[in-house]
Design a protein around this ligand. Structure first.
Ligand SMILES: Nc1ncnc2c1ncn2[C@@H]1O[C@H](COP(=O)(O)OP(=O)(O)OP(=O)(O)O)[C@@H](O)[C@H]1O
Length: 233
């Protein structure tokens, strides 16, 4: 399967401006790639830099060195490390999705519309987007009586499942999974495993952080140990 995401010699150092410019090197020489149709999981102990790598790929953290190459179209490869903010926004719109456990609640927007929105912005018609949103909410066992309500008052677990539905609904060639199953029950963890399998079958390249050993064993095609990228002392 073709490569969709490739990190070359990536490095990140945090500079603490309020602490006399103290510098905290987190990762260096990060080299790996993710192919279409596979799910790669970042492993390693707490503080090793897994989230920092994911955040650099999504453009939340600046990448200090190296290249983060993503294939947007067969003839368009973009280096996220040097992408302008506008280009990064375009990538988030059509190329890279991010599924986390936390829902950013939008006031007065129903759960159904929160879930349908990423597909609508990718150009799907309203009927298709809402049908897919209903399907995902129902698969993730969000009670139908909640679909027309804004998720602000939902329980933590319900909000999390709305967020997962929102993360999986659109058709991104690259999907970042940031602890998507944290605190889900076994039945809903199994649904997420199935959703990941379906994305693999569609050729989506996924990179994740998953502390849940059982889910990791079921979805990881490869585990990359981030301690290998520890900066030299
Ligand atoms: N915005 C930031 N400013 C300063 N230091 C940061 C920042 N983000 C992360 N770090 C530091 O970088 C190191 C790696 O953090 P990161 O969250 O990437 O690790 P992780 O492997 O994802 O850990 P965990 O498994 O606990 O989530 C930590 O020492 C953390 O304190």
């Amino acid at each position: 399967m073709p490569v969709r995401l490739c990190l070359n010699a990536v490095a990140k150092t945090f500079v603490m401006h309020l602490q006399d410019g103290l510098s905290l090197p987190v990762v260096a020489n990060v080299d790996f790639s993710v192919n279409a149709g596979e799910c790669v999981v970042l492993g390693g102990p707490s503080g090793a830099g897994k989230s920092s790598i994911l955040k650099m790929i999504y453009g939340n953290y600046r990448c200090d060195e190296g290249q983060i190459l993503v294939v947007r179209k067969p003839d368009e490869i973009i280096d996220i490390a040097h992408a302008a903010p506008r280009r990064m926004l375009a990538l988030r719109h059509d190329t890279i999705g991010y599924v986390s456990q936390f829902l950013r609640v939008i006031p007065r927007v129903s759960a159904l519309d929160v879930v349908a929105e990423p597909l609508l912005t990718q150009g799907a018609d309203e009927e298709t987007a809402r049908a897919r949103a209903r399907d995902l909410l129902s698969r993730l066992n969000v009670p139908e009586r909640l679909w027309s309500l804004p998720p602000a008052t939902f329980s933590g677990g319900e909000q999390q499942r709305v967020n997962i539905a929102r993360g999986f609904i659109a058709d991104y060639p690259v999907l970042l999974l940031d602890e998507p199953t944290a605190s889900l029950d076994a039945a809903n963890r199994a649904v997420v495993v199935k959703l990941v399998d379906e994305k693999k079958a569609q050729g989506v390249a996924m990179l994740g952080i998953l502390h849940d050993q059982d889910v990791r064993d079921r979805i990881a095609d490869r585990i990359i140990d981030v301690t290998a990228f520890r900066p030299a002392a």
